[in-house]
Design a protein around this ligand. Sequence first.
Ligand code: ADE
Length: 224
Amino acid sequence: MKIDILTLFPNMFEGIFRESIIKRAIANQKVEINLINFRDFSSLNNQQVDDTPYGGGAGMVLRCEPLIAALESVKTKDSLVILLTPQGKTYNQQMAQSLTKQKHLILICGHYEGFDERILNFVDQEISIGDFVLTGGEIAAAAIVDSVVRLVDEVINAESANNDSFSNNLLDYPTYTKPRVFRGLEVPEVLLSGNHEKINKWRQEKQIEITKQKRPDLLKGENK
Ligand code: ADE
């Protein structure tokens, strides 16, 4: 899978892509990630990427020209173009599972007060990572890359990915490790029993119980 990120702040991604699972996925060539600064595509003198809004008002608006020039430099017939914006569809695990099947993702990070509305004519999807406003799309793009790359084949072990929270509209079951007793808190007896049938049954029951308790909206399908 190839992911191109169009951004004015490529350095914001450096730490995230140089650690842990994403770093390993890049090193093992499971994913190629390119950071493209669309300021480099501005034809204006001082590489300006924004301008004042028509009709007046506060703030600056991202111009079409540098962003679309950058987009067209990387886009192919296999590309899915996603704009990160608080106005997009709210991201979830199902969307991550669908994006992981794509050959080429192009993620566009907006900034400033907004972008020229005509940019929407060049994108396939608008995605938001939640009902709050970030200073730009970078953190949203990083969240999407992280959640998609971990689902790419052989990046993490398949069993972990299949058992993820949200995979079947349920939260994950609780897990424990050594010691058996920590400050008087004991590991549930069933997990020490060695009886895998019983353990699986307990885990399934816990998934339902915890989802009912913490995220009843998932059981009712209200999160879609
Ligand atoms: N840009 C600013 N806020 C955002 C959000 N919540 N999701 C995606 N992109 C954004």
